[in-house]
Design a protein around this ligand. Structure first.
Ligand SMILES: Nc1ncnc2c1ncn2[C@@H]1O[C@H](COP(=O)(O)OP(=O)(O)OP(=O)(O)O)[C@@H](O)[C@H]1O
Length: 404
């Protein structure tokens, strides 16, 4: 759980910090430590992270393949053991996709139809895991939208919950930005439109996601025409938006209080522990738009205190590459998502109608931003790995706290 412990970052309460760390350690022990400790970069495979290759043995490629096959089979066998027989009767467990703090996600195949799915297996013995699972399940059971991950079915036993989900095979948002080799403002608007459609739908249902970030935006398939899906509802909650409302700013419901999210994406009102609404998701979307267009973060600091200070100051700069090549309309879009006053922030409906998005950046230059974006992402990755060799993105993990 080395990396996982860094996930708990409660500046507010050291007591909370200690208790969650203990829970995480207990959780790890409860697993019998039968899994290798989580390696950095295993869960997050995106361009923010790097994994080091340490195998210096002169082994042939066929030996390597055999080793890999052996290890893979061992791992699959281990995970199969953790699956309830009702699940394995219906699904063939294929491979581990990744791990979260309280979960493992595996690729499976439906035995009858051979259709691939993902199963998110959540440990529910520890109260934190139970809470995260309950939030996620409550939301997933309500939603059905082409830009939101779809729950297929659920199995439950005393220790674990198994959520069968659509399988997203197209990778994370930033992985795709980097792998394309060419990226323009038009491409950015295409991605953001899909995210806004998903988030607008959630807000319309009265759901606030609270952990929007590029790692939680997955492409359904590797093709250029793939849907982009909002995933990971572990911190999502009913509240913060008026269900069935017109999405007008006045319809926001300011009842949320829990400090949670991923620090770099946290809205100022969350940092300041003020009651907040679904407008926190719109702030996070402003941060995401900034990253997608530049490969850098609008608010970043190695020190969490400094990071929070810069968030509550709310001044994001458009200096350095590639900002001189980015249109004013794109910058206007970002700025309208990042006002300190949440009531002044665009709603999802308004954001999707912003001229930059609505016209798919038609009046912007078709300049290729890819080189600057990739360079900035690479620089950030190497900065983070030199600061924290055991974890390449020191603050990219969410903070879980109880409450509304
Ligand atoms: N439906 C899915 N299809 C494909 N990959 C998925 C799916 N759901 C989750 N993943 C991947 O599985 C990994 C673990 O995801 P999970 O949601 O369990 O944890 P997390 O959000 O990464 O971490 P945390 O629980 O700490 O927030 C991630 O790499 C995620 O991208």
């Amino acid at each position: 759980m080395g990396c996982g412990i860094n996930k708990v970052l409660p500046e507010a309460s050291m007591r909370g910090y200690a208790s969650v760390v203990q829970t995480l350690v207990a959780f790890s022990k409860a697993q019998g430590d039968d899994d290798e400790p989580k390696k950095c970069g295993e869960k997050h495979r995106g361009p923010w992270f790097s994994t080091s290759v340490k195998n210096l043995q002169p082994v042939t490629s066929s030996q390597r393949q055999t080793l890999r096959d052996g290890r893979h089979q061992d791992k699959v066998a281990k995970y199969k053991d953790k699956f309830d027989s009702r699940v394995t009767a219906r699904y063939d467990i294929k491979a581990l996709i990744g791990r979260g703090s309280f979960s493992r996600v595996v690729r499976v195949e439906h035995r009858a139809t051979r259709q691939p799915f993902a199963i998110k297996m959540m440990e529910v013995v520890a109260p934190e895991g139970r809470e995260v699972c309950a939030s996620e399940l409550a939301v997933l059971q309500r939603v059905s939208h082409s830009n939101v991950i779809q729950l297929i079915e659920v199995f439950q036993c005393a220790r674990r919950v198994y959520m069968v989900l659509e399988l997203a095979t197209g990778g994370e948002l930033l992985e795709r930005v980097v792998s394309r080799g060419h990226f323009t403002e038009r491409d950015a608007t295409q991605a953001l439109r899909m995210v806004l459609a998903g988030v607008g739908y959630l807000h319309h249902l009265g759901i606030t996601h609270r952990d929007l970030k590029p790692e939680n935006l997955l492409y359904y398939h590797p093709g250029a025409d793939s849907r982009l899906l909002v995933t990971d509802f572990g911190l999502a909650t009913f509240g913060g938006a008026a269900e069935g409302g017109s999405h007008a700013r006045a319809d926001r419901n300011w009842s949320l209080r829990t400090t949670c999210g991923t620090p770099e994406y946290m809205a100022p009102e969350v940092v300041l522990r003020r009651p907040y609404s679904c407008a926190v998701d719109m702030w996070a979307l402003g941060v995401i738009a900034y990253i997608v267009l530049s490969g850098s973060m609008p608010f970043e600091d190695n020190s969490r205190t400094q990071l929070y200070r810069s968030i509550v100051r709310g001044k994001c700069s458009f200096h350095g590459d590639p900002w001189p090549s980015v249109s004013n309309l794109a910058k206007d879009f970002i700025q309208r998502l990042l006002p300190l006053d949440p009531a002044a922030r665009l709603t999802a409906d308004q954001a999707i109608r912003h001229p930059w998005v609505a016209t798919m950046a038609a009046s912007s230059s078709m300049r290729n931003l890819h080189r600057s974006i990739s360079q900035n992402l690479r620089q950030r990755t190497s900065r983070n790995s030199s600061r924290c060799p055991s974890r390449t993105a020191s603050a990219n993990l969410p903070l879980h706290r109880r409450g509304t």
